[in-house]
Design a protein around this ligand. Sequence first.
Ligand SMILES: *[C@@H]1O[C@H](CO)[C@@H](O)[C@H](O)[C@H]1NC(C)=O
Ligand SMILES: *[C@@H]1O[C@H](CO)[C@@H](O)[C@H](O)[C@H]1NC(C)=O
Ligand SMILES: *[C@@H]1O[C@H](CO)[C@@H](O)[C@H](O)[C@H]1NC(C)=O
Ligand SMILES: *[C@@H]1O[C@H](CO)[C@@H](O)[C@H](O)[C@H]1NC(C)=O
Length: 638
Amino acid sequence: MHFLGNTCCINSYQDNNVIKVAPSGSVFCICLLAVLVSSDDWDIYSFHINSTVTSCYATTVITSRVANRMNESKETEFHVRIPKNAFISKFRMFIDDQIYDGVVKVKEQAQQQYTEAVSRGESAGLVSSVGRTLEEFRTSVTMAAHKKVTFELTYEELMKRMHGKYELQIHAQPMQPVRDFKVDVYIHEEAGISFIDVKGGLSTKALANAITKTHADKEAWIYFYPTADQQKMCDSCGEQGMNGDLVIVYDVNRDNGLGHIKKSAGYFVHHFAPSNLPRIPKNVVFLIDQSGSMHGKKIQQTRTALIHILNDLAEDDLFGLITFDGNIFHWKRELVQANSENMESAKHFARNIHDRGSTNINQAVLQGANMLNVHHREGSASILILLTDGDPTSGETNLEKIQSNVKQAIAGKFPLYCLGFGFDVNFDFLEKMSLQNNGVARRIYEDSDADLQLKGFYEEVATPLLTDVTMIYVGGTNLTQTNFSQYYNGSEIVVAGQITDNDIQTFIPQVVAVSSTRRVIFANTNDSVESTETMADDRIQRVWAHLTVKQLLDKQLQLSGPEKEKVKKEALELSLKYNFVTPLTSMVVTKPPGENTDVLHKPGRWSSVGLPLLILSSTCPVSLRFLRTQCTPCLLFT
Ligand SMILES: *[C@@H]1O[C@H](CO)[C@@H](O)[C@H](O)[C@H]1NC(C)=O
Ligand SMILES: *[C@@H]1O[C@H](CO)[C@@H](O)[C@H](O)[C@H]1NC(C)=O
Ligand SMILES: *[C@@H]1O[C@H](CO)[C@@H](O)[C@H](O)[C@H]1NC(C)=O
Ligand SMILES: *[C@@H]1O[C@H](CO)[C@@H](O)[C@H](O)[C@H]1NC(C)=O
């Protein structure tokens, strides 16, 4: 029997305050809830979610009005899930005409209050990671008999275009059926909305009738007003009301030129996503970890995904396959053409990948980089993809040494994408290594759909349309990232900045890139910089701030010493100025007299924060791997 601290089980059934998870193989888990705030004692009489989206920037306000029905004071909890990518920018409570505002502070300043709260044995309303895309926000307040409280939370998110669409995820789990429950989504995209759909668990069965969708050219409205009865009727809903997602999927019209530039109050945001360009042949090398820890389902799913991916290669693509454990195995020493003969042979190789041995990441990446370097061909796009589920355990194991070797071998010539499979990976290490080489790292969740996640990632980079993209803004300053090594169909490049002296006459945007072997320039023929001065809002400025903070946070990951401190300081100052709860700041909520102060933290990175000990056990049921909450303790019997 293992004791596992700070862990609790969702996807489980509840029995007298003891949450049990159904046995999975020889393992089952019992979690005891230290304090279960009973929701019978209070009444959520309204729950509204209001999301406004423009220029793919979503601002969502969740308002919950709660009454204490009892004739004695009760603790009331406000508990919601928000997208990980979002920054909380406002939280307030209204009690008896009094407003209690959350204040964003430097993390160290807030730390004191947090530590005190923790030492009092409380969970100090945390923002913690749950699942793949959501984060949990919770706080509680004690309410006198028959009193009412209103909670209001605002978060902001820059949506990312993937596979040719944007997705706005709204999670609803009010913990009880609510008479006045509403989700209002308003989307305004100047470029025009090409399509809009509503998906997710809450859009099915009886709940589908509660959705109204209106789509005009540039605007769309989604209303979701389920009755209290309907709220008990979806797959994941029950007596406790709804529990699920509403996912708004849409895309905007593309002009295939310079794209859309929106400006307001001296700031601009540029969305660049041409799709009518020819694809560039690619040279892709897959580095597949076959160490012992990949045993079982993981290696099986990897084989399945790899075979699918090989099927999708185009004939003019060149590819290579390297598997590695403590040793390196080349399927072929050189890159080969993706013709049917080579493909059959590669698939045969893929089917026979078996797990064994340790993990020599250093050697694998260097060999892969070498294959691409040797095979440089004009007018193509090279891509290196590493799939691993663990730490480097053989060959070079010093992480910094590996990073510097890899950086040197790649020398900025092509991107490195790292896919971290499961939770035993050192994701920080992979992320840093990808960012240092113009790529990104992605988590592959150990779950039944892991092969689809792998394939989904590959599809994002499957169709390079441009390489060496440089975004130029004469008359612009304080720009976010402007150089991109590759641009893929279905994605998008977003740049924001300030317009010098707010002078639109001297502001000239331009994109220079390479399409296959041609140098191409995207420039404005007509005046397409669209001004939203009439809206008189600071939204474009907030988009700029949001993107800048995100990029600074990524940048500081790659740096060390005084440079790191400088970038961190910049990110911190902007977070404070724009009231963003980021990994560098916290929100302090001072409650009514006699109550404790809550400090709300955003988890830094998945790998280092917020993960239960549980994940270290390879025998634990999948459903337990994503959780983390304040209930303790969790026991695991094997
Ligand atoms: C939603 O928020 C927007 C912007 O703050 C506001 O104009 C609108 O009235 C709100 N809608 C509802 C239904 O509260
Ligand atoms: C609350 O009301 C119940 C009955 O409605 C009564 O028995 C109880 O004494 C009351 N408690 C307090 C603290 O007033
Ligand atoms: C890029 O995507 C668009 C829209 O999905 C599609 O029409 C186009 O054919 C794609 N281009 C290539 C080269 O695959
Ligand atoms: C860039 O932004 C910083 C911080 O907001 C500001 O102080 C500075 O004036 C800006 N630079 C220019 C050239 O506008």
